[in-house]
Design a protein around this ligand. Structure first.
Ligand SMILES: Cc1cc2nc3c(=O)[nH]c(=O)nc-3n(C[C@H](O)[C@H](O)[C@H](O)COP(=O)(O)O)c2cc1C
Length: 199
């Protein structure tokens, strides 16, 4: 599926529009080293006080780590993510011992920072010839229990990584939706000086 229909209002690196979230994955396995390359990009995201609150738990397909994560996805996501090559659970640390302190203090930007890491990961994944698709549709409590995630870590998303395939790999209803999405115009997203946005 071409992303050529994604027209930008200003010139940007084509990587930004080549990144999208397909569901038609081929089932191709991704190697450990290719996956680590994607995560390396995530590692270099900026964060408040360089706190680096992101953490990643991965599972490669056809390994013992796969089912405990895959099984927490809602049915809608299981219907396509079963052909991913890897699943990555994105966590963020909600508290840390900041430089100069001895006690744990809240990290108010933990989700913002983890979002930056996910964006880096998705762009590097695209650059390397794979695609990443984030999901919020999963059972957080079950995932937390299964993976032993402590209470001071937020579960942000599960990301499927795979090799893009033809939309005929998908059930009919999903195949119809397999089109790169568009964006709101910049004028609706940006204001100078004060809040000036519609409902
Ligand atoms: C935090 C987050 C949660 C998402 N959850 C799901 C999901 O559960 N299932 C799904 O199919 N897509 C999910 N998506 C994909 C979005 O629908 C997609 O990113 C959005 O429509 C923009 O399209 P694009 O990524 O192709 O540019 C999620 C994306 C994000 C960033």
């Amino acid at each position: 599926m071409s992303t050529a229909t994604r027209l930008t209002q200003h010139p940007i690196d084509p990587l930004f529009t080549r990144r999208w979230s397909p569901r038609a994955f081929t089932g191709e396995a991704i190697s450990h080293s290719d996956l680590m390359q994607c995560l390396e990009a995530a590692r270099w995201a900026p964060s408040a006080s360089n706190s680096q609150p992101w953490r990643f738990i991965y599972a490669l397909r056809d390994t013992a780590a796969w089912d405990p994560i895959f099984g927490t996805l809602v049915e809608f996501n299981r219907d396509w993510a079963h052909r991913a090559g890897a699943l990555i659970v994105v966590l963020s640390r909600t508290h840390w011992v900041a430089p100069g302190y001895v006690e744990h203090r809240p990290l108010p930007s933990h989700s913002f920072d983890a979002g930056a890491a996910w964006a880096n990961l998705a762009l590097q994944t695209t650059q390397a010839g794979w695609h990443a698709h984030a999901m919020a549709g999963f059972d957080r409590d079950l995932l937390r229990t299964r993976l032993g995630v402590p209470a001071d870590y937020a579960i942000e998303a599960v990301v499927a990584i795979g090799r893009i395939g033809d939309k005929s790999l998908l059930p009919e209803a999903l195949a119809q939706r397999e089109i790169p999405s568009q964006r709101l115009p910049l004028e609706e997203l940006v204001a100078e000086g004060k809040f000036a946005f519609g409902a």
